[in-house]
Design a protein around this ligand. Structure first.
Ligand code: FE2
Ligand code: FE2
Length: 282
């Protein structure tokens, strides 16, 4: 959410001070809650999460430093360094005080999230009725609205004592396959037109996920297993493609209008999805 706010902030014209300031406020607020989250998470995160590449990658700190320089928006990369030092552990051993702090943090995040979602929806409305300009695609704004809504549902479910916001494995895969398809679509559009090979590969992945979405529509639960295998195989290759993209962009080897932090952000989301898919299989 902190990065979404930064992507929004960076893409408004200099004169849109109202929108820029609001995005900046959300960015700062989410940066603060991320600090708190990392502090509370030490010794209470699953080993699988820590090593999945969804929290940080080998490119994250570099991408943050480059993005700060390029956008002039400050990014506290010490949070990422603290994430790298996180220790795994079982949240079941959480004491009462920690449970209270976690719940308080969740309530605070829920309040922030409803504000951020409204803000994103307002931007989308204004942009699609041509009253506001942003360098972000409307699809990207829709995309980050849906991600924020999933996050909101996840925390709300946790606070109510359950843990699955999406009802079935199929729904989870439909959600993330659409997210992965959209990443491919806007990556393709943000690459320089001369990057023919990368544009073509991004297109192929968009097509792959589009087909997975269509196949899942037609199938029932019983045939879902085969589809999960296929999804896993495509997502592994897709993660590698995004990794090469993040490397190329942080090394200035790819012509594009993609911020280094956006390249790293979509890589982490692919790693997150990959972990979910692998856990489903177990
Ligand atoms: Fe995102
Ligand atoms: Fe995303």
């Amino acid at each position: 959410m902190k990065e979404h706010a930064l992507f929004l902030q960076a893409a408004f014209p200099a004169g849109e001070t109202g929108y820029r300031n609001r995005a900046n406020c959300y960015r700062e607020s989410f940066e603060k809650v991320l600090w708190q989250t990392v502090r509370l998470a030490d010794g209470a995160v699953g080993e699988g999460v820590l090593h999945s590449g969804e929290v940080f990658t080998e490119f994250t700190v570099t991408a943050e430093q480059q993005t700060e320089k390029l956008t002039k928006i400050p990014i506290d990369f010490r949070i990422t360094q603290a994430e790298k030092r996180l220790r795994a552990g079982c949240a079941n051993s959480m004491d009462r005080r920690m449970a209270g702090q976690t719940s308080q943090l969740n309530q605070h995040v829920l309040r922030l999230l409803s504000g951020l979602i409204m803000f994103k929806k307002q931007i989308l409305r204004e942009v699609t009725s041509c009253r506001l300009f942003t360098a972000n695609y409307p699809l990207l704004i829709e995309h980050i609205i849906r991600e924020a809504q999933l996050y909101q549902q996840t925390i709300a479910a946790l606070e109510q004592g359950s843990c699955m916001p999406l009802e079935t494995v199929g729904e989870t895969e439909q959600f993330w396959n659409q997210i992965m398809m959209e990443h491919a679509l806007f990556i393709r559009g943000m690459l320089d037109p001369t990057e023919c090979e990368l544009v073509e590969t991004a297109d192929t992945f968009a097509g792959d996920y589009c087909r997975l979405l269509e196949e899942a529509e037609k199938q029932n639960c019983r045939t879902m297993d085969g589809l999960t295998e296929k999804t896993l195989e495509i997502t592994k290759r897709y993660r590698d493609f995004k990794e090469a993209g993040a490397e190329g962009i942080t090394e200035c080897g790819i012509r594009s209008v993609i911020l280094p932090l956006l390249a790293d952000h979509v890589l982490r989301e692919a790693s997150h999805y990959l972990r979910i898919l692998k856990e489903e299989r177990e």
